[in-house]
Design a binder for this molecule. Structure first.
Ligand code: G3P
Ligand code: CA
Length: 327
């Protein structure tokens, strides 16, 4: 493997990049149905989360400015049944909940340690709106709020695709919420439920839960679906029989990226079955054996031939193979 430094500047790539982006945005549902017609697309992971607090409108807007084809939203559910954009099931990592609602923690003891946690589903939307979701990242983002998914859709509509992830649907099902139904109802309300409904805002849905994706199909969803694959479920889903099964309810796989370095045949096998491949997560703070994240992304795109990827750094997405020259 040979890695070369990036030669074309972002500005130089902007022209052809925009053309490709327009094509991708218009054609992604079709693209995901027929992975052999591949282009390359970038999904802003929790927004442009290297530069702005993850899953806030600021991060989503910045992702659009940085040329993201899709913007990811992680979804959780409030006590009053509203879909909100947040990665964790709990609030303390990315908000000031411990200050605003100091007495609302759940306390758990594990391995001699007491842990205080503030669960999203213990709070109504009105309460979540009081939380600051930006200061933890940088004081200049003070006042950013946890967005509802509705607000995220309104912010991104016409500007990028949506790539929502159903987080912990089984956890919410046990509490009496159907995340699948909430997602589907929201898409229908925004008239985004059909592939190609808004060519400027294609929608692809992702989850680690195959059951959630199958449930969406049962609800009538024909949008492209992506099954996320981590180390814990890789054996099952990356086997030949596993990938054949995925094809019966999804159009794409989203493997943790190092799985593709260890199993070099996965992308070709997935493509042969008509599955699109979109690994996660590429970020400038951790690039392993690669000199920088742009080179790493280029290697996956142009050597391993993945179709798209999730990154915290959409501005560094290589639109051409110039960032990498493989053997
Ligand atoms: O959805 C792809 C990737 O985001 C999955 O990992 O934990 O960042 O949601 P996580
Ligand atoms: Ca995610």
């Amino acid at each position: 493997m040979r890695l070369l430094s990036q030669t074309a500047s972002h500005t130089q790539m902007l022209g052809p990049g925009l053309t490709r982006r327009a094509l991708v945005l218009a054609g992604v549902p079709h693209l995901l149905a027929r992975a052999t017609q591949r282009s390359k697309f970038v999904i802003a992971h929790r927004g442009a989360s290297a530069y702005a607090p993850e899953n806030t409108l600021a991060a989503y807007r910045l992702a659009v400015e940085q040329g993201a084809d899709f913007v990811e939203q992680d979804l959780q559910i409030t006590r009053d049944g509203v879909l909100v954009c947040l990665h964790d099931r709990t609030l303390e990592r990315t908000t000031d909940v411990a200050t605003v609602f100091a007495d609302r923690a759940r306390t758990e003891s594990a391995a001699g340690r007491t842990v205080r946690q503030w669960l999203v589903h213990d709070f109504n939307l009105d309460e979540l709106r009081r939380l600051d979701a930006g200061s933890w990242f940088d004081s200049k983002f003070r006042g950013e709020r946890i967005p509802t998914w509705d607000e995220a859709i309104q912010t991104l509509r016409g500007r990028a695709g949506l790539y929502p992830e159903l987080k912990d649907p089984e956890h919410y099902a046990a509490l009496g919420y159907s995340m699948e139904e909430l997602v589907w109802e929201t898409l229908c309300r925004h008239r985004l439920q059909e592939p190609g409904a808004d060519p400027k805002t294609p929608v692809v849905i992702q989850s680690f839960s195959d059951r959630a994706l199958r449930n969406l199909r049962k609800l009538g969803c024909r949008l492209p679906l992506t099954l996320l694959i981590g180390r814990s479920n890789a054996e099952r889903w990356l086997s030949q029989s596993g990938m054949r099964e995925i094809r019966s309810f999804a159009e794409a796989i989203g493997p943790e990226k190092t799985l593709l370095l260890e199993r070099r045949d996965v992308v070709a096998r997935a493509h042969a079955l008509g599955l699109t491949v979109v690994p996660y997560t590429f970020r400038s703070t951790a690039t392993g054996k690669f000199p920088d994240v742009r080179s790493e992304m280029a290697y996956f795109l142009f050597n391993l031939r993945v179709d798209g990827l999730f990154t915290d750094n959409p501005d560094l997405f290589p639109r051409s193979s110039g960032a990498y020259a493989g053997q």
